[in-house]
Ligand binder design. Structure first.
Ligand code: ATP
Length: 313
């Protein structure tokens, strides 16, 4: 089973154009990057579980119900008796999202005692992001879980830099991102985020990763493993909504490592690296043809494509 730890929340998405200040109507969707990745993995045919926390409220019930419908194991999600389920209001203005993320919610209140640490016995991999690092007690819990899992389970990290979350505390954010990078075996990062880190003196070459994936939007992706470096052009599509393309890419990357039997060793030949990059680009591109963050295609849909069959058959 592939595990993800992190936020699961309600994306409250504006139904009209314009700044959030003026929007009158919204639509509720399940979201949160690690939850999106867990759903993507399950759609791609591999068991997945999410370690998180929701509130004892209708939104928490909704999220658990939706995750179960997607066959994600929800038994590692605890229920907070006091804090409400996480919620974020989102508006896409051009390519740039404007968002209001609520504080004091259940996933930021994830405590060590909420986590069943025996998950490491069932986990093929543990995937994480940066959001839990932005508040306590979730930051302490996340690092504790990651340290506990390190060496037992490969760790996968989607860096996903959201400076607004740290409310301008950039030094603190960089310190936590570096801590995450030091623990990670697999890293996914957007090219813009990579440039942001390099400008601040953080270079990926200084860490000991087994696999790095740099995503470049419509330009595709670059995969780096030991001394092998491959550039994989994007799959040519006309996107309808690119929300969650990065999460779809992440889910496909981890799933393809599983199907190729490489999750444990993380030793890859150039041809395998290309196969993984092409598969992840295909899954991410197809996910942009549907609206919303849970738009990963199914195994049957993917088998229609050569890049899909190479991994799934
Ligand atoms: P986030 O979803 O957090 O923005 P990200 O920055 O990793 O994540 P992108 O780099 O925009 O996301 O996209 C991830 C992958 O999705 C790309 O590597 C590419 O394979 C695919 N993708 C994104 N945009 C397009 C596009 N316009 N056409 C084809 N593929 C795309």
């Amino acid at each position: 089973m592939i595990f993800a730890i992190g936020e699961v929340l309600i994306d409250v998405i504006a139904k009209e154009e314009g700044p959030l200040k003026d929007v009158k109507s919204f639509e509720k969707h399940p979201g949160g990057a690690p939850a999106n990745v867990a759903v993507g993995i399950a759609r791609l045919g591999i068991s997945s579980a999410l370690i998180s926390k929701v509130g004892r409220d209708p939104f928490g019930e909704f999220l658990i119900e939706k995750l179960r419908e997607e066959s994600v194991n929800t038994s590692y999600i605890s229920v907070d008796e006091e804090k409400h389920t996480g919620i974020v209001f989102v508006q896409l203005i051009g390519a740039k999202p404007e968002f209001i993320l609520y504080d004091g919610v259940a996933y930021f209140n994830l405590k060590k005692e909420d986590v069943d640490y025996s998950f490491t016995q069932n986990a093929e991999i543990l995937h994480f992001g940066s959001v839990l690092f932005a508040r306590e007690p979730s930051r302490g819990t996340a690092f504790d879980v990651l340290k506990e899992a390190k060496g037992k389970v490969p760790l996968s990290y989607d860096v996903n830099i959201r400076l607004d979350l740290w409310r301008g505390r950039e030094d603190e954010m960089l310190r936590d991102l570096e801590k995450g990078l030091k623990l990670a075996d697999i890293v996914k990062i957007g090219d813009g985020e990579l440039a942001f880190l390099e400008e601040r003196g953080i270079n990926l070459e200084d860490f000991d990763f087994k696999l790095v994936a740099i995503t470049k939007g419509s330009e595709g992706s670059e995969l780096i493993h030991n001394n092998i470096n491959v550039n994989v052009p994007a799959y040519d599509v006309r996107p309808v909504d690119t929300t969650g393309a990065g999460d779809a890419f992440m889910a496909a990357l981890l799933t393809s490592l599983h199907y190729l039997g490489k999750l444990e060793s993380l030793k890859l030949k150039r041809e395998e690296l290309l196969t993984i990059g092409r598969f992840a680009n295909l899954v991410a591109a197809l996910s942009t043809l549907k609206r919303g963050a849970w738009s990963v295609p199914t195994v049957d849909e993917l088998k229609k494509y050569e890049e899909g069959r190479k991994v799934l058959l």
